[in-house]
Design a protein around this ligand. Sequence first.
Ligand code: ASP
Length: 276
Amino acid sequence: MIIVHGGAGEWNEEKFKIAEKILVKAVEEALEILRKDDDPITACETAIKILEDDPIFNAGTGSVLNIFGEVEMDASIMRGDNLKAGAVAGVKNIKNPISLARKIMEETEHILISNEGAQKLAKVFGFEEYNPITNESLERYKKAKEKIGETDRFKKLKEFIEKYPNYFIGTVGAVVVNSKGIIVSGSSTGGTILKLKGRIGDTPLIGAGIYANDVCGASATGIGEGIIRVNLSAFVCYLVKFGLSVENAVKSAIDYLTEKVNLPAGIIAIDKYFKG
Ligand code: ASP
């Protein structure tokens, strides 16, 4: 079983159709891995890599640019059976941040490595240098910068989000359950357009952007500053662990986020009984 998402926000019809095809491809390839090897980690990583590689999503190639016109990508992966996790924040010159997050989970004793440290680890692990900036992401950056300007940034950013919600689409996420009920969650993003240099969103924060325990897995999208403040993904997974259905858990958590921080957010979640 696998579910994926391509980010909160408003997709126009044309882009939605393209994105849908790639999401389906990601699901199909991940399912193939589950059928063959029953390996939920590789299935989750593969689904997210496919989405990272398509510039229509705000992750990997095509990630949005920060205020200085640079890409700083965040990603994370977590398995619910033993609560192991790996994450990377503010990484620049690699193609697939989700694969680096997996390496951090499997080959280090740490969970989250950021910026230069992440860059250095990527080299050590043999990741090739790669420029994820596309002409389209550069164009979006220039337009956003013209519209928002650099003064009074936060007020303008909020107005901008309300006016142009489709600037914020495209973070990707996946949750996989294998035949033994092992759950793996993952996510990858370029973050929010024109973010301050060094800003880290919810995506690499275990509990906020993703979570998995022995009964439920979740992966969030939306404005990270809201998701972090309610620890959205862990919130959902523990509501399910303590008896709520996935549907009720998601609804309760999103209602709470809306009431308390009122910033846009969405989340996908499934439980190991495949009911969600
Ligand atoms: N949650 C991501 C972040 O705040 C952005 C997104 O989901 O679109 O970095």
